[in-house]
Design a protein. Structure first.
Length: 122
């Protein structure tokens, strides 16, 4: 597995963490201490901020998982990939997007720029 694939795997492990303790550990494993996450709805910095942002999304979308779609595209310290938010109950997918991550030399995530292609209807 490449450094890029490992980073994406760790990223999804954080978004899909089953417990608060698992989430804290997954964020620490995936991100640098001063890492950032930015999408149209949230800006977060550091492990605590990113953990809080992910926990908020998990509360809002209980019973859903983030799933990688397609194959990540990577070069140098950048990786871009697409994802769907999928219901574990019926497979519906109310949200989708793509993210671009920047990696540190050790493969941990320095920053995430998230883009939302499809959002749930209000």
């Amino acid at each position: 597995m490449t450094i890029h694939e490992t980073a994406v795997e760790r990223y999804f492990a954080a978004w899909n963490a089953a417990t608060p303790d698992d989430l804290v550990k997954a964020v620490a494993s995936a991100f640098t201490e001063d890492g950032t996450y930015t999408d149209p709805l949230v800006e977060a910095r550091g492990h605590d901020g990113i953990t809080a942002a992910i926990a908020g999304a998990q509360r809002q979308f209980a019973g859903f998982r983030f799933e990688l779609t397609g194959t990540p595209d990577a070069h140098h310290d950048l990786v871009r990939f697409t994802w769907d938010l999928v219901s574990t109950a019926d497979g519906s997918s109310p949200a989708a997007g793509f993210d671009v991550i920047t990696l540190a030399e050790d493969g941990s995530i320095i920053s995430v720029a998230g883009f939302l292609d499809r959002l749930p209807q209000a």
